[in-house]
Every structure is written in C-alpha cells, then in structure tokens.
Design a protein around this ligand. Structure first.
Ligand SMILES: Nc1ncnc2c1ncn2[C@@H]1O[C@H](COP(=O)(O)OP(=O)(O)OP(=O)(O)O)[C@@H](O)[C@H]1O
Ligand SMILES: [Mg+2]
Length: 323
C-alpha cells in the first residue's frame, strides 16, 4: 500500500528468558493510513502493548524486534537511539497505559507540555507556555492557566489522562500510539477521555493506533480493527464490517460473548472458554486451535495464512472458504 503512513511487515518480538526464547509478536503486518484510527483488540497477553513498544524502540532489555516498520520513509525498527529521539514526541507520540509513568512528578504540568514545543519546535518559553495552556483548555482542564502551574499529583486520574492526551497531541504528530488506560478510572470517564482523544486526533489529522480490550471503544472510534491472538493477526477489516460478520472463530466467540453490538458499547470483551495462550514455544498450527470448537486436524498441524476474503478484509483460518 503506497498511501500508508505506517507499514508494518512481518513484525516479530521475542524475549530472552532463562527457560529460552518467548515469542510475544509473531509475524504481524498491517498498515495505517494518514488520519485513520486503527484498533488492535485481543485478550490480555496477546502482544498488543509489545507491538507499540517495538515501534517506539521501547522494548524491555531482554526483547528484540525483527521485521520492518516503515514510517514516513524511515524504518522505525532499524533506527538508532538518536534518530528515534528525533521522531518520538515529534511526529510519533505515545500514550501509555499508566499516565504516571510518563509524567515527571517534580515538574509543573505546564512546563512538561511546553518542553516538547521548545525542544522540538523551537518555540520561545512564553510561546510554548501559551500553547500548553491552550491545549490544556482544549482537553477540558478547568481553569487551565492556573492548573498549568500545578504538579501531576495535584490532578485526578482522569485529568492526568487528559494531560497525557494534551502532551501527546500538542506537537501535532502524524501518528499517535495509544495503549488502553487500565487505571482504576470510572468506565464512563475512560470513554469520555478516549472520545476526546479521537475528536482531537481528527481535528489535527493525527492517525491513531488504539489498543484496547473494549469492543465498544472499537465500534465507536475505530475505522479498522485488527484482532490479535497469541501474537498473530487472526482477522482484520473495517470495524463495522468485522462486527457485522466476524469471520474467525476467535472473533466470533468474542462477539457471541457480547450479545448485541449495542451492548458492546457498554461491555468489555466477553469471555470464551479455555485459557489464553501464555507464551512459551509457538505451536506449529493455529495459536487458537487448542481453544477452537470448530477445529479440524490441519489446524493443529499447519499455520493458516492470512488471506484476503474481500477488499480490506483479511482472515487467518483454515475454515475460511471451506464452509
Ligand atoms: N520483558 C518481558 N520478558 C518476557 N516476556 C514479556 C516481557 N514483556 C512482555 N512479555 C510477554 O509478552 C506477551 C505479550 O505482552 P503484551 O504486554 O504485549 O500483552 P498485551 O496484549 O498488551 O496485554 P494486556 O492487555 O494485559 O496489556 C505476554 O505473554 C507477556 O508476558
Ligand atoms: Mg498491554
């Protein structure tokens, strides 16, 4: 795809462990077009965060990433620390699961926001502060000019997340990587925060990769969605189409556990029988085969390729086309 902002090809993330190597992401490929919102959905441990971390060059020290991730003409996976620093927080931003991990507790909120603009965009101190306050106001921090002088601990959890969004979008990045907030925030507040992020992203023209467990969030905010299981893409498609007719037994199970799409607006991923894969050696066949009620012998033996069943619609399942 030539119109892609980000093109990830055959991404593999492995971790070295005392017991041997663990594959967390196994040959994942996808594209993000300018301005679109791509959802990555899957159970805990399916590799969602590690995809984002590898793109940001932030894998844990025992991890390595292979493959390519072409972003605005550069391969993110091949860049050294200096080159990555000139992209991170400039054209590529990330919002982490826990906002406190990326806010400096000893620095005033306004200064933290202004810093990026001064360092990367060459704004004066006064200009950067003014832009920071305007952005805090934009993410609905009440009395932004005064609050900008406060420190992170003086903000509530929901406000800190809005600050993270302000910080990530202030530089007007081409792409925002957003890992689902799992803090103990009220579900309605989480929804408001994510809605605000999508709204601002649209306004600025920033594409977003949104990692989430929440089908409601995907249905409401995403243009396209990737369903991940055991570090592999099970299915990909336009969010509306995929929800209307999931093709992979795993996605069918997830959606069946959520009775109706309207209910998906308030519910999280349903539970399907069996235990999610917990790493270790990769199976020779489909990672979902041990839990799949529809499996046939080939599913345990051979990995199904990810094939196009319609334009913009990919499925990795031996049953596709066979039934
Ligand atoms: N440093 C590490 N060393 C070994 N294994 C790791 C390391 N970091 C992550 N993993 C493993 O990689 C797999 C994928 O993890 P990842 O954090 O991407 O999951 P996730 O889909 O984001 O889950 P969640 O929804 O719970 O955030 C998991 O099995 C996890 O235990
Ligand atoms: Mg995660």
């Amino acid at each position: 795809m030539t119109d892609s902002l980000l093109s990830v090809r055959d991404l593999q993330v492995k971790f070295r462990l005392p017991a041997g190597a663990m594959t967390a992401v196994d040959g994942v490929s996808f594209d993000v077009k300018p301005g679109e919102v791509l959802g990555i959905v899957g159970e805990s441990g399916s590799g969602k965060s590690q995809i984002l971390f590898s793109l940001m060059g932030l894998l844990a020290s025992n991890g390595t990433a292979r493959g390519t991730a072409s972003f605005q003409g550069q391969d993110l996976l091949a860049l050294g620390p200096m080159a990555l620093d000139s992209i991170r927080g400039v054209t590529l931003s990330m919002i982490f699961q826990d906002p406190m991990t990326s806010l400096n507790p000893y620095m005033r909120i306004g200064d933290q926001l202004a810093e990026g603009l001064r360092v990367h965009k060459g704004l004066s101190k006064a200009e950067a502060w003014k832009a920071a306050v305007a952005m805090l106001d934009r993410v609905r921090i009440p009395d932004a000019a005064r609050r900008a002088r406060h420190y992170p601990h003086e903000f509530s959890g929901g406000m800190r997340q809005r600050v993270m969004i302000a910080m990530a979008l202030l530089v007007r990045p081409a792409l925002l990587l957003a890992d689902e907030p799992t803090t103990a925030l009220d579900v309605t507040i989480q929804a408001q925060v994510l809605d605000l992020m999508a709204e601002l992203g649209r306004e600025i023209g920033t594409a977003i990769i949104l990692v989430t467990h929440d089908l409601g969030v995907v249905a409401r905010l995403c243009d396209r969605v990737i369903v991940l299981y055991g570090g592999r893409v099970m299915e990909e498609g336009e969010a509306e189409v995929l929800f209307a007719s999931p093709a992979h037994p795993y996605s069918q199970g997830l959606l069946a556990a959520t009775p109706r799409l309207e209910d998906a607006l308030t519910k999280r991923l349903g539970t399907i029988p069996g235990t999610p894969r917990s790493g270790g050696a990769m199976l020779p066949g489909c990672p979902f085969a041990p839990r799949c009620t529809l499996k046939i012998p080939i599913c345990d033996a051979t990995r199904p390729p990810l094939i196009a069943i319609a334009p913009e619609r990919l499925v990795s399942c031996h049953l596709t086309g066979a039934t």
